[in-house]
Design a protein around this ligand. Structure first.
Ligand SMILES: NC(=O)c1ccc[n+]([C@@H]2O[C@H](COP(=O)([O-])OP(=O)(O)OC[C@H]3O[C@@H](n4cnc5c(N)ncnc54)[C@H](OP(=O)(O)O)[C@@H]3O)[C@@H](O)[C@H]2O)c1
Length: 329
């Protein structure tokens, strides 16, 4: 059997290009004792992958040149040398950008009431990020104003809907009228500001007449700097992601940090796997809301492993509309 895999060919300088990847075809290795052979069905594409293509120091080591690109997949066990798994089991893996792989640290997906791809999105890492980032760091209270950037995306869409369930006024920020329309009409946010319209401060001020109590920051740069001018005393900023800076040659120069001091703002970074012991709690809550029709969810699908590089490049430029996935089978 032949495996198709995508490896890191070179490190990007600025924007990622297709030349940074190489597609390889190699034989599939058989599983050894304790391992399973998995056929990947879905690959998740996520903004953190841009960081892993770099060799700069981060919270996790980057991908080496020639190594398979990192990523979560859901797949099916084809062959098992591990007593905990049998052929046909559906599993969550870290096998990365490839059609087949051998692993020992996969997680069996049980009680499948939703499409398998949801375990890479709303019931997977992005859903956990939204749940713990908002609940534990944002700590929204009824009647407060919550602003969420990248609002139509995998994390942002869940954050905003959870914010509504907590009784907040929820304002999204997204690129373009189509995404903003979806955020308000489909996801039920109270308002959405199109940051590409060129009136960011004025539009945010109008959408947040009582100021901002919680900012769930997925974008950083000008959006975060502008929000700082609107934050209330005692506000919280959840620094979840800074996607506007991932491809930038220079870090953004923040001008409004004085607001943090004057308004006693708590600004805290988060990395989702700090809550890995509690993923079950989030899974139960999010699956429950989904089953009750209280959470809406959207996916953006690229077809075929060969198109994974195009998918990641599009995601980093806002070409996705909802959770970005690659259908592998
Ligand atoms: N800390 C953690 O543990 C953790 C875990 C998961 C994700 N994250 C972070 O959460 C953020 C969202 O991730 P996701 O997986 O949910 O991705 P996503 O929101 O589904 O997709 C990324 C979105 O970012 C927006 N974007 C890209 N460049 C932008 C720019 N220059 N200015 C404004 N918006 C821009 C685009 O939306 P528009 O079309 O609206 O611009 C794009 O659709 C990312 O920053 C990611 O790194 C962090």
């Amino acid at each position: 059997m032949e495996n198709t895999r995508v490896v890191l060919a070179s490190r990007p300088k600025g924007w990622v290009t297709e030349d940074n990847f190489r597609i390889e075809r190699v034989p599939v290795a058989p599983p050894r004792e304790g391992e399973v052979l998995v056929k990947n069905l879905w690959l998740s594409l996520d903004p953190y992958m841009r960081g892993r293509m770099s060799d700069a120091k981060s919270y996790v080591k980057g991908v080496d040149i020639g190594e398979v690109m990192v990523g979560q997949t859901v797949g099916e066990v084809l062959e098992s040398k591990n007593t905990g798994f049998k052929p046909g089991d559906k599993v969550l893996t870290q096998l990365g950008w490839q059609l087949f792989g051998v692993a020992r640290d996969v997680v069996k997906l049980k009680d499948l009431q939703v499409p398998l791809s949801y375990y890479l999105g709303i019931l997977g890492m992005p859903g956990m990020t939204a749940f713990f980032g908002l609940k534990e760091i944002g700590q929204p209270k009824e009647g407060e104003t919550l602003v969420v950037s990248a609002a139509s995306g995998a994390v942002g869409s869940v954050v905003g809907q959870l914010g509504k369930l907590s009784g907040c006024r929820v304002v999204g920020i997204a690129g373009g009228p189509e995404k903003c329309g979806y955020v308000v009409k489909e996801l039920g946010f109270d308002a959405c500001v199109d940051y590409k319209a060129g009136r960011l401060y004025e539009d945010l001020k109008a959408a947040c007449p009582k100021g901002v109590d919680v900012s769930f920051e997925n974008v950083g740069g000008e959006i975060l700097d502008t929000l700082l001018r609107l934050m209330n005393v005692g506000a919280r900023i959840v620094v979840c992601g800074l996607i506007s800076e991932y491809n930038a040659a220079e870090p953004y120069g923040y001008r409004n940090m004085r607001a943090v001091l004057v308004n006693r703002i708590r600004m805290q970074g988060m990395i989702v796997f700090d809550w890995k012991e509690r993923y079950g709690e989030a899974l139960k809550a999010l699956a429950g809301y989904l089953a009750q029709g209280k959470l809406k969810y959207r996916e953006s699908v690229v077809e075929g492993i060969e198109n994974s590089p195009k998918g990641l490049i599009a995601l980093l430029k806002g070409g996705n509309f909802g959770k970005q996935l690659v259908r592998l089978a």
